[in-house]
Design a protein around this ligand. Sequence first.
Ligand SMILES: NC(=O)c1ccc[n+]([C@@H]2O[C@H](COP(=O)([O-])OP(=O)(O)OC[C@H]3O[C@@H](n4cnc5c(N)ncnc54)[C@H](O)[C@@H]3O)[C@@H](O)[C@H]2O)c1
Length: 248
Amino acid sequence: MHPLNGHSAIVTGAAQGLGYAIAMAYARAGLRQVLLDVQAQRLHQVAAAVRALGAECLPLVVDLSDAAATGAAVAQGLAQYGPPRVLVHNAALLRERSLLEIDLAGWQMEVNIILQAAFILSQAVWQPMIDAGGGSIVYLSSGSGIKGFLKEVAYCPAKHGQEGLMKVLALEGEPFNIAVNSITPGAPINTPMSASNYPPELKERWIDPERLTPAFVHLAQLSAADGITGQRLNAWELSQQLTGAGPG
Ligand SMILES: NC(=O)c1ccc[n+]([C@@H]2O[C@H](COP(=O)([O-])OP(=O)(O)OC[C@H]3O[C@@H](n4cnc5c(N)ncnc54)[C@H](O)[C@@H]3O)[C@@H](O)[C@H]2O)c1
């Protein structure tokens, strides 16, 4: 039996792409999952696929840019499955727009999905994780979390902000055995976000996001005592190490 069997997870952005791959990997590990996404139909299809693997899940349709709705959804998830072993905040929205092309509402939407939701979700699981003796929080990062890119006026500062939140919470979490890390895919991945943003040359070598999931299964088992906290990890490299696979 997998060591994660019977524990629970909260995964955002689970309706497609990398979040879908993580949800399926967690289902195979026997985690009970709260799956959050704004796309109702796709999310319910993912929930059916998770259940077909014999795993439990609670799909919650929520707009993570909405603070009150996000708080209510995570509260419902906690009431259903108790303290999560892992929170993976994977949902994000990237709309390529420069400063003169974006309005305040559009800017806030991207920032709130990425950064505000990271804060709300982490704060909601914090005390339950303390009471449970520890846990693991993971934010999906990006090259946009450490450097600037044209037309990423909202996405890029939000990803930078998530890195800062991760570093502070890693310090706060250490005495409570809560590991807080960010993780970047580390390889081009074939997802709907990539389909609309990658140049053709990247699409020639993109990989199935399923290949990054060993890293997320590993992170679900972490606590601060394992010594991996406050770090910006690379899902491709970590997955390669864990599976002993060669390059490519
Ligand atoms: N695709 C890449 O190459 C790449 C590179 C670096 C980082 N990332 C990060 O990896 C993560 C997953 O990326 P992906 O390529 O699978 O993206 P994706 O766009 O394919 O999937 C993102 C998911 O987030 C959900 N989402 C968006 N807005 C939401 C909202 N308001 N409320 C709730 N859910 C919402 C979407 O419905 C979708 O299911 C993201 O955090 C992204 O920033 C991706």
